[in-house]
Design a binder for this molecule. Structure first.
Ligand SMILES: NC(=O)c1ccc[n+]([C@@H]2O[C@H](COP(=O)([O-])OP(=O)(O)OC[C@H]3O[C@@H](n4cnc5c(N)ncnc54)[C@H](OP(=O)(O)O)[C@@H]3O)[C@@H](O)[C@H]2O)c1
Length: 344
């Protein structure tokens, strides 16, 4: 599909974006800022030909004007724009002219919906898929198989570690060897809470309250503090990198709600911090609070994520960075899009 759409030495790459919240708008903002650079550097003219959100869509075969879409979405006045329709994803997917579906609707680790429906419909219509949606944990291998059978790309860098290029690094830089195990901090909110308890002596409740006030905790804080988010990410990591076929229910999970300030202070006295660690050796998948030496590369503070790969030839390799955020995570979505556009 993409090959037929050359314009001189420039290749048009048409994107249908589903979900126009933090990630969707972040993606549009990055495109507005970097479109010219992508044309010059990669010969890719990236166009948003469709945007759908819960209540409507915005469609234009020529490419949606980005500044207008961002402005209207931010002001929630999109309905007034001439390109706005009240059609849903189901109406738009059959007719939108797009090479790649970017799926950024809310995560649902029980049913996987609406994300899984969107991704499967895109594969049925011959579109590549890039997603930030952790709902893929529900049916990970089936999605990978569907894409392979159809000869399509399926990329999900932003689902784990936000902007940190975990899967790209694994695919491009560790081909020479096996990864034996993975462990790390996969949720920035819990890490922020544990850091405030360690550094400022806050109780768990006060640190959680602070995280809520900063807007970094989910409305339902259980998702973070009970390790649900870390668990979904650990399963995606393990399945993608260690080749396992695990599901959410296979993980032994314990959150941080019972970590007392006294426990943290006792650990500190002996040169340790407590961190919520997800780890998989391919057989056992566990998310639980663990003692980490203060000198360990995994002992990162605040909202940072850190991931340690135990490898066959390189010993351990640790990668650290911002595990969430609109622009940070959308940068990973954009990298996936460029990587598909550059190869197709
Ligand atoms: N935010 C982050 O830092 C981050 C990082 C990594 C991964 N993620 C993941 O990325 C995804 C998006 O996150 P977000 O923070 O952007 O979420 P968000 O701000 O809540 O935005 C979700 C968007 O999805 C739309 N939507 C909901 N149901 C829909 C449906 N049935 N059809 C079409 N659109 C629908 C919403 O529409 P309305 O605008 O009409 O409500 C909204 O635009 C989530 O799965 C999240 O877990 C987020």
């Amino acid at each position: 599909m993409i090959k037929d759409d050359w314009c001189g030495s420039m290749k048009n790459l048409k994107i249908y974006l589903v979900g126009f919240g933090n990630i969707g708008v972040g993606f549009a903002k990055i495109l507005a800022k970097k479109a010219e650079a992508y044309r010059e550097r990669y010969g890719l003219n990236i166009l948003l030909t469709g945007i759908s959100f819960a209540e409507g869509s915005y469609v234009s075969g020529k490419g949606i004007p980005l500044d207008e879409a961002i402005g209207y979405a931010t002001a929630r006045k999109l309905q007034k724009h001439k390109l706005y329709t009240n059609e849903s994803f189901d109406d738009v997917i059959g007719k939108v002219d797009a090479d790649i579906l970017v799926e950024a609707t809310p995560t649902n680790i029980d049913s996987g919906q609406p994300g899984l429906k969107h991704i499967n419909a895109a594969f049925d219509r011959g579109m590549h898929v890039v997603t930030s949606n952790k709902s893929i944990v529900v049916d990970f291998h089936k999605l990978v198989e569907c894409a392979e059978k159809a000869g399509l790309e399926f990329k999900y860098e932003a689902t784990v570690g936000g902007g940190i290029p975990i899967f790209s690094m694994y695919r491009q830089c560790l081909q020479s060897q096996d990864v034996i195990s993975i462990r790390g901090i996969l949720n920035g909110t819990t890490n922020y809470i544990l850091t405030r308890m360690y550094e400022d002596g806050l109780s768990f409740d006060s640190a959680l309250q602070q995280a809520k006030e900063m807007g970094i905790a989910e409305a339902n804080s259980s998702y973070d503090v009970d390790g649900i988010d870390s668990t979904a990410k650990l399963v995606i990591l393990s399945n993608a990198i260690l080749g396992t076929n695990h599901r959410y229910k296979d993980v032994k999970r314990e959150g941080i709600a019972n970590i007392s300030l006294e426990a943290i202070q006792m650990a500190k006295k002996h040169g340790f911090a407590i961190r919520l660690i997800g780890q998989s050796d391919g057989r056992h998948l566990v998310v639980k609070p663990r003692l980490v030496s203060v000198r360990s590369p995994l002992n990162v503070g605040g909202t940072l994520n850190a991931l340690e790969f135990e490898t066959e030839l390189l010993d351990t390799l640790t990668i650290v960075g911002k595990g969430a955020g609109s622009i940070e995570s959308s940068s990973a979505v954009m990298s996936d899009v460029i990587s598909i556009g550059s190869r197709c």
